[in-house]
Design a protein around this ligand. Structure first.
Ligand SMILES: NC(=O)c1ccc[n+]([C@@H]2O[C@H](COP(=O)([O-])OP(=O)(O)OC[C@H]3O[C@@H](n4cnc5c(N)ncnc54)[C@H](OP(=O)(O)O)[C@@H]3O)[C@@H](O)[C@H]2O)c1
Length: 255
């Protein structure tokens, strides 16, 4: 399937590790120009170098941005739009991954999981209107199932993110802009949350692994493939949807 992403400019927040890094890699492999950010200058630099070497025909630009600080996020979107001349796709990826049911955890999660996505979408809107672009938010199956992360802001705020993204889909459809969410199950990768759990709490890890009836956890590139497809014009009539990439972890039926 040809995705026709070669001339597109894609913004990915949180692109130096795990799912976000795989999303950057998959868009670059499709020939898109990809601008990504994270908070850590050293990893932004090393990941930009790694991708530029791996995809010499594509353009990859990293930036140091804390998405929970609205002024930094808005300045980055604006600078990318000026430098590249267009914005076709935005992917709202980072989470505070905070599982504590404390006021501090709720505040941090709200800024990172919900407001950063909202602010990314709003900052990009004037540019997406010109390109009839698309939006993909990254949520989690913990938004629909009350699981081991409860009680915490994590699933609750990701549920809000799914809802807000669907609101945007309906609001922006007349302008030709699509918005969808991808909700991963347990994603395993080096230095990721599940590798940390595997070492810190092996019994809990084994129990969670067993719940994945396909016998393994999700690979980050499997999430990225769904994101890249939904962002592309091959998904031209799909909007307002929440796509689980969980290998059948959730047992409920989605209608
Ligand atoms: N891993 C899973 O099993 C899983 C399952 C379901 C859903 N998800 C969702 O998938 C998304 C990515 O998860 P992940 O496991 O890949 O996360 P991760 O390993 O923590 O990586 C997050 C990326 O975002 C960056 N980041 C974090 N906070 C940021 C901020 N405030 N501003 C800018 N960049 C920031 C990180 O770099 P710096 O730390 O250097 O900034 C890193 O590049 C999240 O929304 C998460 O909820 C993950």
């Amino acid at each position: 399937m040809k995705l026709n992403l070669e001339k597109k400019v894609v913004l990915v927040t949180g692109g130096t590790r795990g799912i976000g890094k795989s999303i950057v890699a998959e868009f670059l492999a499709e020939g898109a120009t990809v601008c990504f950010c994270s908070r850590t200058a050293a990893t932004v630099e090393s990941v930009e170098k790694e991708f530029s070497a791996a995809h010499p025909n594509s353009k990859c630009h990293g930036a140091v941005v804390d998405v929970s600080v609205p002024s930094q996020l808005e300045a980055w979107v604006s600078s990318v739009a000026s430098a590249q001349g267009r914005v076709d796709v935005v992917v709202a990826n980072p989470s505070a991954l905070s599982m504590a049911d404390t006021p501090e955890s709720w505040n941090t999660s709200f800024q990172t999981d919900m407001m950063a996505a909202r602010n990314l979408i709003q900052a990009a809107l004037p540019h997406l209107e010109k390109t009839k672009g698309s939006i993909v938010s990254i949520a989690t199956v913990s938004a629909r199932d009350i699981d081991f992360t409860a009680p915490s802001p994590y699933g609750a705020l990701k549920a809000a993110l799914i809802h807000y993204t669907a609101q945007m889909a309906h609001t922006l459809a007349p302008k030709g802009i699509r918005a969808n969410t991808v909700s991963p199950g347990n994603v395993y990768f080096k230095d990721g949350i599940w590798e940390q759990i595997e070492h810190a709490k092996p019994e809990f890890f084994a129990k969670q692994l067993k719940a994945n009836t396909m016998g393994r956890m999700v690979k980050p590139e499997e999430v990225a493939d769904a994101v890249v497809y939904l962002a592309s014009e091959r998904a031209s009539f799909i909007t307002g949807q929440n796509l689980n990439v969980d290998g059948g972890l959730c047992t409920g039926v989605q209608y």
